[in-house]
Design a binder for this molecule. Structure first.
Ligand code: K7E
Ligand code: CUA
Length: 655
């Protein structure tokens, strides 16, 4: 009896064990296969979305395909890039010019697609630099940086570039308040002497930026921004923390108050006040650099003044919305009614209502004023609070179906909740320490839904280790159903704080294949090998060189002297897609330059010692790529060697 019982029990346990193992396995394999199917792009097929990820402290933007997570390209923006010569070659060097000189590095945070009627239009991608505040514009036909504007009277250009509904403006706010204008003062005089600015950068039809005006605001840290949509078009919302105005140990001292502020700014009202003469011209120095798509050259302009607006003198331009607690992100939902803050130390996600805010302004439901700026009552503007939102809520995206997704840094999870009921409906862990999340179109009026990319600060134990520094972790999550599902892990470059994505069909047909050689207006371009030549002008030598499979013209040069400055102006005269040539010469302090068909680039070389210097093509362009090379003879300064050049047997004496 006992034995029988025992065997029944053992048998039962075995069955149970088997069932658990078997069902468990089956479920796991199913999920894996299904997930694999969702992200697998068969050879020869294309991804559904282009994703643009900020490179953070790499200063660049990386381009990925979704859902595969494949890396296509790294676009150089705020950091030089020896891979193609960006920031070294004469054409792009001045893009990095600032009031502090040529800066080879910065820290990118927030890519932003240009918008038309609140929907990404595929024309440009803008991105901020956080260290020395600037905004860059990338052309989405060439995927190249074409313009950079410096933001004066600012420190820490973090709340940027957030476009308004039709890209009328991009904004940029000071993360670090500083004396405005800059001044040599004791740091302990923070409260008296420090202030912030909210900058409004106008964008014209060609995409060109221009600093229109700056609003001078109390000395808080302005963290992030979100522009109004639909009914809230005309407004921009900025989070602030450190309303305590601490200048040391902010981790303690800037976490004292229960609530900080969202600054709500009516930019149409600001325009009115400035038109009525309320703006004040102030001396400021900053650079505006634009690269021409015809000459490939950058024109750098030094600007000397800004229009500054005191919000206390322009009633209706700005209000403070108390918001718990040290909020980080501020995101406006696709309807334009809800303004969601990420209260990183708060126990709830506070959601303000735009229409209630307008009522509160109308009824003057003010609890205070700061520097003449009304502070609205929390209860008068709040639409709801999302309870149990995870620990450390930061950023929110929307799916266009009535749901919002918030990243929680401390609890490493995405929390899905419903707009209107404020109920959490789902949550999914991420690995690990989640920062921003991105739903394609998820910060616009037309989210594409389907996917959510989590950008994790750490990928500890997710990949084969590669030394102390690990890649940050991208995770693709399926949000098409009721429950979120993890589909894919993919490693990221730098620190992709934020990202943007667009359906492939919005960009793919417009992607430029080559530059039309007949339209090349570069001042040193040549159209044919027969135009190639070498010209001396004192100690400066200009080499007009053609690159074509599989030689350079000229490929032999003699009569260069130590002390000369040699400019190589190389034109790739190919007219076929994706046939690039590179150019590099021994001992150059500059890296190689990479030339695509129809493109001209220039690099300067200062030979240091006599001898023979080879140069060669760095991009494997044909079966005879390895033959694509040449020699330069360098003689002592003052040596009696005439300047000659040639391609083939005949050497021509330079005129
Ligand atoms: Cu949260 Cu710079 Cu947008 Cu990083 S910021 S995560
Ligand atoms: Cu040209 Cu390799």
């Amino acid at each position: 009896m006992q034995n029988k019982n025992k065997s029944v029990i053992i048998g039962g346990i075995l069955v149970l064990l088997f069932a658990v193992v078997f069902i468990g396995c089956t479920r796991d394999t199913q999920v894996t296969h299904e997930a694999a199917d969702r992200v697998y792009i068969a050879p020869g097929n294309y991804d559904e979305f282009y994703a643009f990820m900020s490179g953070g402290f790499s200063g660049q933007v990386s381009v990925y395909g979704l859902p595969s997570g494949r890396l296509f390209k790294e676009i150089p923006v705020f950091s030089v890039k020896p891979e193609d010569g960006y920031g070294f070659e004469l054409e792009t060097k001045d893009l990095l010019k600032t009031s502090f000189g040529h800066l080879p590095w910065d820290d990118t945070h927030h890519p932003a697609l240009s918008l038309t009627n609140g929907v990404p239009d595929g024309r440009w991608l803008f991105i901020n630099s956080n260290n020395t505040p600037r905004i860059a514009r990338i052309c989405l036909q060439t995927f190249k940086t074409m313009e950079i504007i410096e933001i004066p009277n600012s420190a820490g250009g973090h709340a940027a570039p957030y476009p308004t509904m039709n890209t009328e403006y991009l904004v940029s706010a000071t993360r670090f308040s500083v004396p405005i204008p800059q001044a040599d003062v004791p740091i302990s005089t923070y409260k008296e002497n420090f202030a912030g600015t909210l900058s409004f950068i106008r964008v014209n039809e060609e995409g060109n930026m221009d600093l229109d005006f700056q609003i001078v605001v109390p000395g808080y840290n302005y963290d992030l921004a979100g522009a109004g949509n639909g009914p809230s078009h005309g407004w921009v919302f900025f989070t602030s923390y450190n309303t305590e105005e601490a200048h040391t140990l902010l981790e303690v001292k800037a976490s004292q108050f229960d609530k900080d502020f969202i600054a709500a700014v009516n930019w149409k009202r600001a325009q009115e006040c400035i038109a009525q003469g309320q703006g004040e011209m102030k001396a400021s120095e900053y650079y505006h650099n634009i690269r021409s798509s015809e000459t490939f050259m950058t024109t750098s302009t030094r600007k000397t003044s800004t229009t500054s607006l005191d919000p206390g003198k322009c009633p209706g331009v700005m209000y403070f919305l108390p918001t718990p607690k040290s909020p980080h992100g501020v995101d406006v939902d696709p309807s334009g009614e809800y303004i969601v803050a990420g209260g990183k130390l708060a126990t709830v996600i506070p959601v303000h209502s735009f229409s209630r805010m307008l009522d509160a302004i109308e009824n003057e439901a003010f609890e205070d004023h700061v520097n003449g700026i009304p502070v609205l009552k929390y209860d008068a503007t709040i639409a709801g609070e999302v309870r149990d939102p995870g620990l450390g809520p930061l950023h929110t995206e929307f799916d266009g179906r009535g749901y919002a997704y918030t990243s929680a840094y401390i609890s490493s999870e995405v929390v899905k909740w419903e707009l209107g009921t404020w109920q959490v409906v789902d949550r999914i862990p991420t690995y690990y320490s989640l920062g921003h999340i991105m739903v394609p179109g998820g910060n616009s009026m037309q989210p594409y839904g389907r996917y959510l990319v989590a950008m994790n600060k750490s990928s500890k134990d997710r990949y084969l280790p590669v030394g102390p520094k690990l890649p940050q972790g991208g995770q693709l999550i399926d949000i098409s159903g009721d429950r979120m599902r993890l589909l894919l892990d993919f490693p990221l470059i730098g620190e992709p704080h934020y990202a943007q994505a667009l359906p492939a069909e919005k960009l793919q047909p417009n992607a430029k294949r080559l530059y039309d050689l007949s339209q090349n207006r570069h001042p040193h371009a040549i159209r044919d090998v027969t135009d190639s030549r070498v010209v001396r002008d004192g100690n400066t030598v200009h080499v007009y060189m053609a690159a074509v499979r599989s030689h350079f013209a000229p490929d032999n040069i003699e009569g260069i002297h130590v002390g000369d400055e040699v400019y190589f102006h190389v034109t790739n005269i190919e007219e076929e897609w994706d046939i690039g040539h590179g150019f590099a010469i021994k001992g150059d302090i500059n890296p190689n330059i990479l030339l695509m068909p129809g493109e001209t680039k220039s690099i300067v070389w200062k030979p240091q010692r006599p001898g023979i210097y080879p140069f060669y093509c760095t991009d494997f362009c044909s079966a005879l790529h390895q033959e694509m090379q040449g020699y330069i003879r360098v003689s002592e300064r003052g040596a009696n060697v005439p300047l000659k050049y040639g391609t083939g047997e005949r050497m021509v004496t330079a005129r």
